[in-house]
Design a protein around this ligand. Structure first.
Ligand code: GDG
Length: 492
């Protein structure tokens, strides 16, 4: 990785909270960067092939930002964040305010003016970095809820840019969004974009309704028109922004190749043996997050064990709960609750050598994930709310042998596409238990039929298609306001 001449600008710029690389510090103190494997990097590779691109993001550690550097064709531009800024902007406003508010207030969101102030400062810093590296007329793709003010902050400095924003998480109904003390500022921030993309049509509709109710914007179909400016002055030239669903997916071919490799297949066999060759392996894989419905899932499993419907060693449940946001209070409480429940279930239903619930609070390499998916006869994806849920798509892709069964919550973005999964409402514990039993007991042919259709869906609409669709939508997004149809009085 070499640092080229300064002041270069790029036709395509990505802004995301994190850079797609991790810093490695060697024993001798020197540092190198390793590309973090992930869907977003692969997706971006497919749309960056023919153009010089820059990626603006936090480097993953507090303090001064390292100098920009190149990784192949990609220019990486680190944004510096102090430890205090990380506490207020990332753990605070992003994960303590926005995350719960945008996920149906499963836990109560916390509102602190000091967090909001730092969120604004950090968003401005991201916008300034993008403004410096973007070439005249460049395309800028801003990602996710951490950077909702960036589109307008960028538009102010660089009206020449074509700006898109994609929300990886749900956008809440206006009845919930309206709780946010800074609701109007967030919407004005997003309306600096030309195109805003969401996981589900309902998210796009929620956004449009919020623009109408909170700002008094007008809309025609999926195009919102609003005539104010970021600081609330009226009289600025009206802008039109299109809001639509462009659901994210996975690198299906890459994941299939990984799952198909001899080492992953051998590892899958090894895992099955180490579990004692059960007849049925149930699996859950989630970041340890209250949105993922792990407690509801454990409740259903505990009751199925108590009812005698399932029991080890024939049936065993493996739950991987990847450590996440451990400095945020709600996550620490959740971990205690889950670990208490797993302990109780195992105390009541495990026997020496036969464990009812294998609970793993660890992070694993992707190869291990692919092997675990192949071991799972029934995959339990039961979030209370989830923007998409890539685990569901990875699971069906890993099961290229045609086996397996997917139990999927209706409250995931994935449920919009994966319609032949065993769909469930995770709040309905009786219904969830029945669905799990059906997924275990249905005949082989019925399961294969369902999995075939799920695999086809993920193979056809993969992450490369997603990225191309997003950029196409951004390219054709309107410049001029159409004649508006409906307008109502704003809330503020
Ligand atoms: C947000 C939205 C949306 C998990 N544990 C390990 C590991 N993982 C991988 C999974 C999957 C990814 O992390 C998790 O993706 P999800 O989609 O399930 O969830 P979020 O992290 O909440 O992501 C979500 C997504 O953005 C994309 O737009 O789908 O709704 O909340 O790829 O396999 N990977 C490895 N080790 C682990 O221990 N290597």
């Amino acid at each position: 990785m070499v640092s080229p001449a300064p002041h270069r600008t790029y036709d395509f710029v990505i802004a995301a909270n994190r850079l797609p690389v991790d810093r490695q510090v060697k024993p001798d103190g020197t540092t190198t960067w390793r590309t973090s494997p992930g869907g977003l990097v692969t997706a971006m590779e497919s749309v960056m092939r023919d153009r010089e691109a820059a990626w603006v993001g936090w480097a993953g550690f507090p303090g001064e930002a390292p100098q920009p550097f190149d990784d192949g064709h990609l220019r990486l531009v680190p944004v510096g964040l102090s430890a205090e800024e990380l506490t207020d902007y990332y753990e605070g406003f992003s994960n303590g305010t926005l995350w719960p508010l945008y996920h149906d207030v499963i836990v109560p969101p916390t509102f602190h003016r000091s967090w909001w102030n730092v969120y604004r400062t950090v968003n401005q810093r991201f916008a300034d970095h993008v403004a410096r590296v973007a070439a005249e007329g460049a395309t800028v793709w801003v990602h996710d809820y951490q950077l909702q003010l960036v589109p307008a902050m960028l538009r102010d400095q660089r009206p020449d840019l074509r700006i898109g924003w994609f929300n990886h998480i749900p956008f809440p109904p206006v009845e919930l969004f309206a709780q946010l003390p800074w609701r109007a500022r967030i919407l004005r921030g997003l309306l600096g974009a030309d195109f805003v993309g969401f996981q589900r049509p309902d998210d796009a509709r929620n956004f449009i309704r919020s623009c109408r109710a909170v700002l008094g914007a007008t809309h025609k179909g999926d195009v919102v028109t609003w005539g104010g400016s970021d600081d609330g002055r009226s009289g600025a030239a009206p802008r039109s922004v299109r809001a639509a669903a462009v659901p994210i997916s996975i690198d299906a071919q890459g994941f299939r190749d990984l799952a198909d490799s001899p080492s992953v297949k051998a590892r899958a066999q090894e895992i099955r043996e180490s579990l004692g060759e059960p007849e049925v392996v149930l699996l859950g894989v989630d970041r340890l997050d209250y949105t993922k419905g792990i407690r509801h899932r454990l409740r259903a499993i505990g009751e199925l064990l108590a009812d005698g419907e399932i029991s080890p060693p024939e049936v065993t449940f493996v739950q991987v709960a990847t450590p996440s946001r451990e400095r945020v209070e709600a996550y620490r409480t959740l971990r205690e609750q889950i670990e208490g429940t797993v302990g109780r279930i195992n105390g009541d239903f495990s026997h020496l050598g036969d464990t009812a619930v294998h609970y793993l609070h660890q992070s694993y390499p992707r190869e291990e994930m692919a092997a675990l998916f192949q071991v799972a006869d029934v995959m339990l994806v039961t979030p209370l709310r989830d923007g998409m849920n890539l685990v569901a798509k990875e699971y069906v892709t890993a099961r290229h042998d045609g086996g397996g069964a997917l139990v999927l919550s209706e409250f995931t973005g994935a449920a919009e596409e994966l319609k032949t999964a065993y769909l469930c409402n995770p709040h309905d514990i009786a219904g969830l238990k029945e669905t799990i039993l059906r997924a275990i007991r249905d005949d082989h042919e019925e399961k294969r039929r369902r999995m075939r259709s799920l695999r086809r869906q993920v193979r056809t609409y993969d992450v490369q298609v997603w990225a191309q669709d997003f950029l196409r939508a951004l390219e054709v997004a309107p410049h001029r306001p159409p004649r508006s149809r409906r307008s109502i009085s704003p809330m503020v």
